[in-house]
Design a protein around this ligand. Structure first.
Ligand code: AMP
Length: 300
């Protein structure tokens, strides 16, 4: 089933303890769309400036990602993010963020996009996420992501959004910031009270936690040794998760658990390179091979 994603398309500058990568392809919607495209047709909604290399659009199209609703703003500059990772790659600080064309992005979805049954509101302003939600009123499942910047600056809009989405995906520090709870199980439960039917808290190298009114569980990360750059892990986790749900065309509890596992596995490929470098070399068969190993790892 078609899956619509709206979020950032970025030129990222990334510093890890051993390397630096400037103005590379990034953005929440980019990682999400690529990861989801292993499973289902993806329609990308976003905005870039004149400095956006056309080859990046062609790269996304080469995976079958629909870029019809990608706006190229004349005279505008693309969203830029500069992040620096700690020695153990487990935390990062934002050195600079320039919203540029994202600052006043007002997405107007083409008619076929409005009818997509699955929608993901990737990281971007909550204001913009609400605008998209209004246009996709018939979707079977809408899931949102958010981050510290928006939790701090657009909390009232976020509370409004959470009353209207089916799922929320966020990382551990964002869950703590959103709910004021330091204990993650309590944070997950409290996030559920804000409205969504399920909440997923991503915990980086420690995997992800799932919360619904009926169940709570944790899935471990796939133990890859080769972590180069964690950027995009969360977005590609969400992309594979939603992509799988859209492929299966349901979001029953068993499907949701399988979808989480696919999210964890695709994220494990993302972190093995900068930008989309590793994902570009990854096929669905590689993901399935890792899934076999992951299942064996979890059975006892
Ligand atoms: P992740 O590592 O999965 O959290 O995603 C990192 C990506 O999110 C990077 O490629 C950034 O360009 C993008 N990003 C960082 N900050 C923001 C923001 N405030 N809004 C939207 N996207 C962002």
């Amino acid at each position: 089933m078609p899956l619509v994603v709206v979020g950032s398309l970025a030129l990222d500058t990334i510093e890890t303890p051993t390397a630096r990568c400037e103005n590379t392809l990034g953005g929440s919607a980019v990682y999400f769309a690529w990861a989801a495209s292993y499973f289902t047709p993806v329609r990308l909604v976003g905005v870039v400036g004149e400095d956006w290399p056309a080859e990046y659009t062609q790269l996304l199209q080469s995976r079958g990602i629909d870029t019809q609703a990608l706006e190229i703003r004349p005279g505008g500059r693309t969203f830029r993010w500069h992040g620096r990772y700690s020695e153990d790659l487990n935390s990062r600080e934002t050195i600079e963020v320039h919203l540029n064309v994202m600052a006043d992005f007002n997405p107007i979805l083409p008619e076929p996009h409005r009818r997509a049954p699955f929608v993901f509101l990737a990281n971007g302003s909550t204001h913009m996420q609400l605008r998209v939600l209004e246009q996709c009123s018939g979707a079977a499942l809408v899931v949102a992501d958010t981050m510290d910047l928006w939790i701090r600056t657009e909390r009232p809009q976020l509370v409004q959004l959470l009353q209207r989405v089916g799922g929320l995906v966020l990382n551990d520090s964002e869950a703590r910031l959103l709910t004021g709870e330091t204990h993650l199980v309590r944070a997950g439960r409290k996030a559920l009270e804000l409205g969504p039917q399920f909440v997923v808290i991503k915990k980086g190298e420690h995997g992800a936690m799932f919360f619904s009114r009926h169940e709570t569980y944790v899935l471990p990360a796939y133990p890859t040794e080769n972590v180069v750059d964690p950027t995009g892990a969360g977005d590609s986790f969400a992309g594979a998760m939603l992509g799988y749900l859209a492929e299966q065309n349901n979001f029953e509890p068993t499907t949701l658990k399988q979808a989480m596992a696919y999210g964890i596995l695709v994220a494990s490929f993302t972190v093995e390179g900068f930008s989309l470098d590793q994902l570009r070399k990854t096929e669905r068969s590689d993901i399935e091979r890792r899934m076999d190993q992951y299942r064996r790892m979890l059975s006892f």
